[in-house]
Write a protein that binds this ligand. Structure first.
Ligand SMILES: [Zn+2]
Length: 495
């Protein structure tokens, strides 16, 4: 395929079948060994041997990352060094009832020849990011023209990004452009991603005997939940924050103390359910029940179509032996209701892109402890810091110890990026239309690379993947050839 000067579009699609056959061969090889995050040894061994057989000098670091250089196609040795990067691990999940051990069972890809849809038999497919790895394998085999390349395959992207974090300035020495192949829309070029932090508020519970003689459990449930980055701007109801707000309002007219407060399933998921157990005087029970019924109507009206199954309910409970002392009970409700939650700022550079946000994802309050966890995100460090400062001050005011931990790095937009311009030009040449340019409000490995060298020019692309991280994950093969033709036009053009 010596077509360094001919656009892929003009050359037609006669070679698409060959491109796909090679890609699928690579992809099936990846599927043959289990590769959940943190268990990449088998796939690292496999690919280290694969690359060594092709004559590449492969390096493997302590994190299990694989690196090797691919010499330029003859005549293109003058081009700058480009890093092609993808991650080796995948999220392994199975449909209910499908027997599947992610540590020992291979992924079984199933191709629908009619539609060109690749999925897996009852499990996630691992096209995120096996598709990126398989595309790079085809390129390393010399299936398209390119300048000097450095292949970088990282581990543990889906769990802790420890692979990307272990990449050193030396690993990227001499690299001018870094192309991350881990995006999920072939028509969209990703140019920034968000950092995440963890803010954890804790306190020693101060318990005392309940003053009242009745107990109630107030539950907010039936909510949509969702990804705390990608779905934070959809205006969904945060079960923990909304329930705390509802009962804090009730507290203004009915005295009660919290016995416990629990909700959420993960730091990075919008909580869909929360329950507060309270102790109060039996004479106030009727008023509490009426208040909750009113509040359910108010919440339903407030969220409408965004939360069609919202339910706020109240039921009798057994009187707990101890409740939180009144000042601490009130302070915890104040901390939750006054926390920054949801979208904090929108990007001034990209329309519709969330610049910073926070998600109060987990609360566990009771006699065993007090812990309130939230995950702020931001593509701009200053916004992230504003959220952290707010929470630190709020914690101090409410008598909670607040700790902040950085989880991942931001990848800010690089003004005047030559790589972005070259990708857009190549895309237009291949497809005749403009590629959408966007950022994502979640973490990408690019943040770990951007921090290593401010001069490094980074972009992220990839074929169309639907339902990543789920048993319904699909890879659309026509978008694989589309991405291939983009790379085929782009790589020889990168001056
Ligand atoms: Zn991925």
């Amino acid at each position: 395929m010596e077509r360094t000067s001919t656009p892929a579009r003009a050359a037609g699609r006669a070679d698409d079948a060959a491109v796909l056959a090679d890609f699928l061969g690579n992809f099936r090889l990846l599927c043959s060994v289990p590769r959940p995050s943190g268990h990449e040894k088998a796939v690292c061994d496999l690919l280290q041997d694969w690359a060594a057989d092709l004559g590449f000098a492969v390096r493997r670091n302590a994190a299990g990352n694989l690196l090797f250089d691919v010499p330029a196609t003859p005549g293109l040795g003058h081009l700058p060094l480009v890093a092609l990067q993808a991650h080796l691990d995948m999220v392994c999940v199975a449909r209910e009832g499908t027997p599947f051990d992610p540590l020992s069972d291979p992924i079984v890809p199933v191709l629908d020849e009619e539609t060109g849809v690749l999925s897996a038999s009852g499990t996630s497919l691992g096209a995120d990011d096996g598709a990126g790895v398989a595309l790079i394998m085809s390129i390393a085999k010399g299936k398209l023209p390119h300048g000097p390349l450095r292949v970088l395959w990282t581990t543990d992207e889906e769990a802790g990004m420890t692979g990307a974090e272990a990449v050193t300035p030396g690993d990227l020495a001499g690299v001018k452009y870094l192309l991350n192949i881990d995006s999920e829309e072939s028509g969209t070029l990703i140019v920034s991603s968000a950092a995440a932090a963890l803010i954890v508020a804790t306190a020693e519970p101060r318990m005392e005997a309940p003053a009242g003689d009745a107990a109630l459990a107030v539950s907010l449930s039936g909510l949509r939940g969702g990804h705390s980055g990608m779905e934070i701007a959809k205006g969904r109801c945060n079960a923990i924050v909304a329930l705390a707000g509802a009962i804090a309002e009730m507290r203004e007219i009915i005295p009660f103390a919290l016995a416990s407060f629990a909700g959420g399933t993960a730091d990075n998921a919008i909580p869909a359910k929360a329950v507060a157990r309270i102790a109060l005087a039996a004479k106030d029970r009727g008023a509490a029940v009426a208040f909750v019924a009113d509040m359910e109507r108010i919440l339903r009206a407030r969220y409408g179509d965004r939360e069609p199954s919202l339910s706020l309910s109240i039921e009798e409970g057994a009187l707990p032996p101890a409740v939180l002392a009144q000042p601490q009970s009130d302070a915890i409700l104040a901390y939750v209701t006054e926390s920054l939650d949801g979208v904090y700022s929108m990007s001034p550079d990209a329309e519709g892109l969330v610049e910073s946000s926070s998600n109060l994802g987990l609360v566990a309050v009771g006699p065993d402890g007090v812990e309130i966890r939230q995950m702020p995100r931001g593509s701009v460090s200053a916004r992230l810091e504003e959220i952290e400062v707010h929470q630190l001050a709020l914690g101090e005011r409410c008598g909670l110890a607040v700790a902040v931990e950085e989880k991942s790095r931001p990848w800010p937009v690089k003004p005047g990026s030559r790589l972005v311009a070259a990708i857009r030009a190549a895309y237009r040449r291949v497809n005749g239309t403009d590629m959408e340019v966007s950022g994502i409000h979640a973490g990408l490995e690019c943040g770990a690379f951007a921090v290593l060298s401010p001069d490094l020019d980074i972009a992220s692309i990839g074929p169309d993947i639907l339902g990543a991280h789920s048993p319904g994950e699909k890879l659309l093969l026509p978008s694989v050839t589309k991405t291939w033709h983009l790379l085929e036009t782009l790589l020889p053009s990168l001056g």
